[in-house]
Design a protein around this ligand. Sequence first.
Ligand SMILES: Cc1cc2nc3c(=O)[nH]c(=O)nc-3n(C[C@H](O)[C@H](O)[C@H](O)COP(=O)(O)OP(=O)(O)OC[C@H]3O[C@@H](n4cnc5c(N)ncnc54)[C@H](O)[C@@H]3O)c2cc1C
Length: 499
Amino acid sequence: MWAILLSAGLPTFSCLITPKVKTGMHNLKREIPKVDRKARMRLPFKGRELRPVSERIRDFEEAHIHFNEQRAVEEATRCLHCPDPAPCQRACPAHNDISYALWLIEQGRFLDAARVYREKSSMPEICSRVCPHENFCEGACVRAKRGEPVLTGALETFVAEFEHKNADIVWTPGESSSKKVAIIGAGPAGLSCAERLVKYGHWVTIFDAKPAPGGLLTYGIPNFKLSKHLVFNYWDKLSHAGVEFVGNTAIGKTKTIDDLFTDGFEAVFIGVGAGVDLPMGVPGENLPGIYKATEYLIHGNVDIEYLPKNICERPHAGLRIAVIGGGDTASDCLRTALRLGAEEVVCLYRRTEKEMPCNSYDRELAREEGAKFQFLTQPIRFIPNEDGRLAQIECIQMKLGEPDEKGRRRPVPIPRSNFLVEADTAIMAIGYRPDPLIGATTPGLRTHKWGLVITDHDTGSTSRMGVFVGGDIASGPATVVTAMLAGRKAAQTIDAYLY
Ligand SMILES: Cc1cc2nc3c(=O)[nH]c(=O)nc-3n(C[C@H](O)[C@H](O)[C@H](O)COP(=O)(O)OP(=O)(O)OC[C@H]3O[C@@H](n4cnc5c(N)ncnc54)[C@H](O)[C@@H]3O)c2cc1C
């Protein structure tokens, strides 16, 4: 076994990868020969393979079957290698050099391709699975204009899996600076900030209100999209690099940011997300049988040992389940409810399918797995049975009115169109807001009136000296990749601040 620092030839790798096999050991010099684009346009699209519906709705395992080497090479060969920077690279929030990675995959240089992704991303194994590719790389792929895009997300997952099986990835801490940094929140923003800070040689402790690290990667995104073992593997690497995790500790309650400075931390990164479920504000919404989306997903997906003490049980399975909302979280709830054994699962949405904000691919998977959709439907009251549990939802029919400021047509109630939907369980997936706790307990930290921490998005600096921020608590609810990038950016600023 021999080790080599794979950063040779590439500027910014933070990890040591020891290959178990002798492949991909080249100094990377970005060269992509001209390809015959017309011939490539004629290559057939074979798509992604999914486990059969009857099988996948019985468990919480990943729904997709990963590419094998042959399929990966075949799919990568569909890339037309647009002039640099390619549209996929421009559309990727991390600006991954996708075209080059795909060229390396074509040559069978899978570990080299993994290095290309790791150059810009702290967590390619995670982003490749959860990124809304249709809005980013795949949406920008020129092939999508006349057919199907190159499946860049699935190829990144293949490469990350290949690397995981064939190389030992170790994050080596940089030379010790003896400076202590506290990170609040172990979601993608906090974890990626930690990954960079240990590389710079700082001592990092992450505090989180939850018992285990991962943020919404653990306590939100369902296992059939992102297996928890990937998150815990990621955490193991950080932990081996010396990052300490202090769980069950809500900063602002048990300790404040001022206390952290008193304890000797020289900088603090806030990555607490925006994970408070919005209420509907309609009568009966606290009846037994009604769940907030995240609470339901956590109950359904997370191993009991990692659940917070107050909710360590599975949710009531329910027979007729209504999921209220039209975003990605609603799709996740529909698919979770089906896996928990519900007989009938319906999504109630107040606009039409065209205005739904959720990823259309996830919606199609939910539909394929048995979810129904009822559009132009707005719940206005939850009605209990004689035992006090939810039995019916009173709804009103909507129609589409004038466009709102974002251009989406507003839903308008149709007078006297009320009707009842039978449901023993309802899940409210109508959006999130930040928790104002950190802002309220940190003097000098400027926040918006709805709780987001005000920041310079280029650096992650805040109005309070030594305090930095990134992820959903600064941007509002967004994506894993944007949170990850904000954490990396803030780490750079923190490093400069500490010297
Ligand atoms: C159900 C669901 C599904 C999603 N699916 C996708 C998807 O498929 N793809 C995608 O790209 N994005 C998805 N998102 C969005 C994505 O998960 C978030 O944008 C991302 O996780 C934000 O990262 P973050 O690090 O800012 O915060 P989070 O991941 O929310 O992590 C914040 C952490 O801070 C902790 N915390 C909060 N307050 C305190 C405190 N006072 N003290 C200590 N710790 C605290 C929390 O416990 C949590 O662990 C989804 C979101 C939800 C809710």
